[in-house]
Design a protein around this ligand. Sequence first.
Ligand SMILES: Nc1ncnc2c1ncn2[C@@H]1O[C@H](COP(=O)(O)OP(=O)(O)O)[C@@H](O)[C@H]1O
Ligand SMILES: [Mg+2]
Length: 493
Amino acid sequence: MPAELDLLLRARYPLIWLDTAEEERAVELICRTARAMGDTVSGWSQTWGLHDLPGAAQSGPHSDPLSLLAHMRSQERRQVWVLADLGGLLQPSGGGQVLVRALRDTARLLRDRGAVIVVVGAGHPLPADLVGSAAVHRLALPDQGEHALLLRRVTAQMKLSVSPEAERVLSTTCLGLTLEQAENIWARIRAAGGRFTEQDVDQLIAEKARIVRGSGYLQFVPTTGLDDVGGLQGLKAWMSQRALGFSPEARELGLPWPRGALLVGVQGCGKSLSAKAVAGLWKQPLLRLDVGALMEGLVGASERNLRDALALAGRIAPCVLWIDEIEKGFQGIDQGNDGGTIARMFGTMLTWMQEKDEPVFVLATANQIHALPPEMLRKGRFDEIFFVDLPDSPQREEIWHIHLSYRVRLGRDKSLLGRLDLAALAEASEGYSGAEIAAAVVEGSFAALAEGGPLEPRHLVGALSASPPLSRTREEDLTALRAWASGRARKAG
Ligand SMILES: Nc1ncnc2c1ncn2[C@@H]1O[C@H](COP(=O)(O)OP(=O)(O)O)[C@@H](O)[C@H]1O
Ligand SMILES: [Mg+2]
């Protein structure tokens, strides 16, 4: 139960302006509190007139709102009135001046009798003349408990039992949806033969992505698993352990939500890939925040856009908010030639990271550290800062294995892995990044295709030597990066 609405009702606030698109749920919540308060509830809508709540809608008297308000004034009882459709009728464009006056008078009169009037509707501004009389409240989206209840109701109808773990994962993933939206998704999952297990979470996330469409600056990105990432054991172990941070046990211990991690390091070594993997591991949606596009927006508008994007992420939470190459977005923070927009946005971002209490895990990546403002690195912003270095020999072997396995899976050369000496390939690719190894597999495959024969080690080694690794051509960058990272960041590898 959203505590604030409960409180407003119990305080017998005479006029509550309830902003929500979830009328049914609002009515249910109001009725629950009213019952606890020992009050009866009457509802009104343009189509049904006055009727009792809860209960199926039935035509009642007073379909005219002015006649309704007159009837309300004649009632001596302490009770709750839930008025739908009135929000629109009260607008000046709808000629609502007289009605505004009547509502104000009614609320004032009924206040002394302990009655509460709730005007329920979506997105109507409170008329200026009611500002002094009404409490505006925006109904929060359903919490996990409400989604779990709905899920239980839906599955009980189907005579299915849901494991507590599946219930937790599925109901948590529903955060950000209305109950009606969730119910529609359950119907689709059911139609597709889903058994409401943890397996259904992928479809749920996909459906959710379609409903809660990202803004231009926030996009849903497909995730992968940890198996797609070679090496980076330290990072993987940390991510697996932090998964517990979302568990009910961690909540019971009062532990904070995992906040975020910053991955700094060599280009092409799996930072972006790790972002996709962590979301996949945690079974959470991955949202990419496009800081570059945000910055290109009009000055002023970009700050609002950032705030909107962060708020949207909060509604979708739990989720992973991915800020790729964060240094690019906040470049030029010192120059001050943009009227301070970048600095202000950066401040907004940092404050939000510090204060957010929704489980939005911020995963930021950076290829360059000199562009990163020092405030970003201060303790308390990120749980951990990882340095992603070039892969060593065993890690390269894993990466070769992963990318050659894709070839095997996708192609018809099923004996490929048996013919190749992965250790030798790992040696031959000293100094190469994961991205460069992945590229060599593709290049080598094309070379073999051109020759009309199977893929052989020489094709792969040939592809490597055809393009020297970045670590050789940009050696100073690498040295500087390593020097910075030592003592400041934890090793991901
Ligand atoms: N550790 C790794 N394991 C497997 N593949 C990798 C690894 N690092 C890089 N790759 C390959 O290179 C591609 C680009 O890597 P990416 O994660 O974008 O690098 P970064 O973000 O660190 O610059 C990945 O999509 C993947 O195909
Ligand atoms: Mg990247």
